[in-house]
Design a protein around this ligand. Structure first.
Ligand code: HEC
Ligand code: HEC
Length: 157
């Protein structure tokens, strides 16, 4: 676990301890940063940085001009600042052991395993209320804070 960590990791760890069953996931890193929210949270949720390793974040930042079919390019300063910040806060734990295909968190082996059809029926992903596996907040209300506690998962109708 990183020591320069965001207060969220601490809050999460504390709540995990107090809550007993809520297992604090110290593998997850979800620091807040205004520039990240502003530039990377306008089209989709801000993904906890611990969900991808540094190499994947860097690859994403290099390819913003063709970002999953959209142009998400930034001015040079923001690009550099965000790349540095993402690199510093990238995942090093169990959710960031690989650089998944297309830099998709949703194509990581752990993601596929945790969301296999037995847990999330295939048809659920196509619901309007979900839209995409990448829309974590549809089912994990506190996803942006790195809270994926299974006891709080709620699949929307
Ligand atoms: C112009 C809109 C837009 C902006 C701005 C944007 N993205 Fe995206 N991003 C997308 C779309 C569209 C997808 C694909 C979503 C899907 O498959 O549901 C995506 C997907 C992603 C994914 C992969 C999600 C998965 O499938 O696991 C990551 C990671 C990501 N974006 C990071 C970023 C970062 C970092 C920034 C800021 C530098 C950013 N995005 C800014 C539109 C955007
Ligand atoms: C359609 C609803 C849905 C969406 C969208 C979704 N998940 Fe999940 N997620 C679940 C369910 C259901 C489980 C399994 C809960 C269980 O095992 O009881 C789960 C489990 C998890 C777990 C394991 C939790 C644990 O304690 O082991 C993690 C981590 C996780 N999801 C992360 C994500 C991330 C990151 C995203 C977005 C990129 C996402 N999920 C999108 C429904 C969803």
């Amino acid at each position: 676990m990183k020591t320069h960590g965001p207060s969220w990791a601490l809050v999460g760890a504390l709540m995990g301890t107090l809550g007993g069953m809520a297992h604090a996931d110290d593998a997850l890193n979800a620091p807040a940063f205004a520039l990240y929210t502003q530039e990377c949270g306008s089209c989709h949720m801000t993904y906890p940085t611990g969900l991808l390793p540094a190499a994947s974040w860097q690859q994403i930042m290099r390819g913003l001009k063709t970002h999953y079919g959209l142009d998400a390019s930034l001015d040079e300063t923001s690009q550099l600042t965000l790349t540095t910040w993402l690199t510093a806060h990238a995942g090093t734990g169990k959710y960031a052991r690989e650089t998944p295909k297309d830099q998709r968190i949703t194509l990581s082996a752990w993601f596929v395993r945790k969301h296999r059809a037995g847990e999330v029926p295939t048809a659920v992903w196509r619901r309007k209320s979900v839209g995409s596996p990448a829309n974590c907040v549809a089912c994990h209300a506190d996803a942006e804070r790195g809270d994926f506690n299974e006891d709080k998962v709620r699949i929307p109708p």
